[in-house]
Design a protein around this ligand. Sequence first.
Ligand code: ZN
Length: 54
Amino acid sequence: MPLTDPELISIVERRRIVKKICRRCGAINPPTATKCRRCKSRNLRLRKRLGGKK
Ligand SMILES: [Zn+2]
């Protein structure tokens, strides 16, 4: 079943775009994370869609 509902697509995209990246090991964590799931570092940064314009 292909994704055709635009509302659903926007939700999926938002979830995919907003991530937290560990500055120490580069692991991708969920946006709700306060600590890195790999190295337990709290040095996380938020990433919102790099590369901007499409
Ligand atoms: Zn880490």
